[in-house]
Every structure is written in structure tokens, then in C-alpha cells.
Write a protein that binds this ligand. Structure first.
Ligand SMILES: C[S@@+](CC[C@H](N)C(=O)[O-])C[C@H]1O[C@@H](n2cnc3c(N)ncnc32)[C@H](O)[C@@H]1O
Length: 234
């Protein structure tokens, strides 16, 4: 774990499975990730990342999963400068970009970076006030989600929040057609670059409906292709 309270030294104590195609893939695309996103979506994904940020209640300790190059993290520390953040990502190159993003806005923030596959982690029960997963859960198959999501929820205290941003397939018409095209293209790209196993975006509405959470804010954008939601744990 790496702490950045008033300093930005990156030390990775975790063993990294360099040979894994997923790790190598995300390391490889880290620096071009923002550009690739811009070519397809311009600013739409960033708007979705932060669209519910002001509605996230003040947290003392927040968990960020797979935040990639740190654009959400940067806005989060600006919005909640007193919050202590743990940011987990399996790509060391992504974590370096996160550290750079945070450094741009100050050195007073408290961020611990953990370079690890989230599935290998085990935090104490109820040790966070909230978790944020932004374009992250789509990295997992439905079977993996059915194990991972309950595990993540155990790390959040009752009454804590889940900030969730993800692609979704619009229900019908040209929006659905457009969605099939964009999501197909992205899955193909990530399968090629990172060995992504998941083949299609899940219906997370249904997934969350089966969990002990209450929806407190919800926004759909980009012609129904993106969904930003805030849940409270019961
Ligand atoms: C599709 S990118 C999304 C990045 C960022 N959240 C965004 O909004 O663009 C997925 C991110 O999750 C990380 N990741 C993928 N699988 C992971 C895993 N099993 N454990 C931890 N991080 C993972 C990748 O390294 C990458 O940074």
C-alpha cells in the first residue's frame, strides 16, 4: 500500500503478476487511454464520472476501484479534501497517472494506492464509508460479479454509499442499435488488448435490485448508453 498524505512517493510492495495479459494490457494502454476515450466519446464519460459527485455524502474513508488514469480520483479529492482514499488498480502505469493527477491539484490529500487485483484483496468488514466503481464492473463476467459485488459490499459500513458509473444497453430503437455498436467495439478492443473475458454489459439495474441497497440518485446520459447511480447500503 502506498500513502500519499503530503507526499507522492509510489512504492509498490505488492507482487505484480507481470506475465498476466490483463496487467500488461492495461499498463500498455494507460498513457493513450484518455485519447482513445476522447476519439469515441469526447467529454461524455468524464461528465458521467462526476455527474453525481456533489451528491456523494462526506466520507471519512473512501474506496476507489479501477479508477484508471485518475480523472475521477482528482475530482473526488477536490470535492472531499478531508477524506482518506484507498485506490486499487492492477495496473501500475494507471496508478502512476493517478498520482500525477492528484499532484496537479495539491499535496495535502491522503491517498493510498494499492496495486493489486481487487479479487485478491480482503479489507476488514465495514471499514469504508463508500466505494466508487467507474467503468470498472464491466471488466468482470456475470459469475465474477456475483462473487465480487457482495465482497465489496462487506467492506462498506451500513448506511455507506456505492457510487456506480457504467455503460448500459438502451432498451430499444436506434439508441439500442447505437449501444450495441459502441459496446461491441469496446469489448472487442479490451478483449484484444487486455484479454477481457466479459462479452456483454450486464443489466446492473437487475443486479443491484437483488442487493440490500436503496437507490438515492440516478442519471442516464449519452442517449441512454451511460448510467451514473448512487446507492445507500441498508
Ligand atoms: C475500463 S478501465 C476504467 C478506468 C477508469 N475507471 C475510467 O473511468 O476510465 C478499468 C480499470 O480497472 C483496472 N482493473 C481491471 N481489472 C481489475 C482488477 N481485477 N482489479 C483491479 N483493477 C482492475 C484496469 O487496470 C483499469 O485501470
Amino acid at each position: 500500500m502506498v500513502s500519499a498524505c503530503r507526499r507522492f512517493v509510489l512504492v509498490f510492495m505488492m507482487e505484480r503478476e507481470k506475465e498476466l495479459p490483463t496487467v500488461r494490457g492495461y499498463d500498455r494502454i494507460a498513457k493513450v487511454y484518455r485519447f482513445l476515450e476522447w476519439t469515441l466519446f469526447r467529454g461524455a464519460l468524464q461528465r458521467a464520472r462526476v455527474s453525481l459527485l456533489s451528491e456523494v455524502p462526506n466520507c471519512r474513508k473512501m474506496l476507489l476501484l479501477g479508477d484508471g488514469d485518475g480523472r475521477f480520483l482528482k475530482q473526488f479529492v477536490i470535492a472531499q479534501p478531508r477524506c482518506s482514499v484507498v485506490s486499487v488498480d492492477l495496473s501500475v502505469e494507471m496508478l502512476k497517472l493517478q498520482a500525477n493527477e492528484v499532484r496537479k491539484v495539491g499535496d495535502q490529500f491522503c491517498v493510498d494506492w494499492v496495486c493489486r487485483d481487487v479479487r485478491e484483496l480482503d479489507f476488514p468488514e465495514a471499514c469504508f464509508d463508500g466505494v466508487s466503481t467507474v467503468f470498472f464492473l464491466d471488466c468482470f463476467t456475470p459469475d465474477e460479479i456475483s462473487v465480487l459485488l457482495p465482497q465489496i459490499m462487506r467492506w462498506i459500513r451500513p448506511g455507506g454509499v456505492i457510487h456506480f458509473v457504467e455503460f448500459q444497453l438502451p432498451a430499444k430503437g436506434w439508441r439500442r442499435f447505437r449501444g450495441v455498436f459502441y459496446l461491441g467495439l469496446m469489448h472487442l478492443f479490451f478483449r484484444w488488448q487486455t484479454g477481457l473475458q466479459n462479452r456483454q454489459v450486464q443489466n446492473f439495474d437487475e443486479v443491484f435490485r437483488g442487493l440490500p441497497v436503496t437507490l438515492i440518485a440516478d442519471r442516464s446520459s449519452n442517449y441512454g448508453l451511460i448510467r451514473s447511480s448512487l446507492y445507500r447500503l441498508k
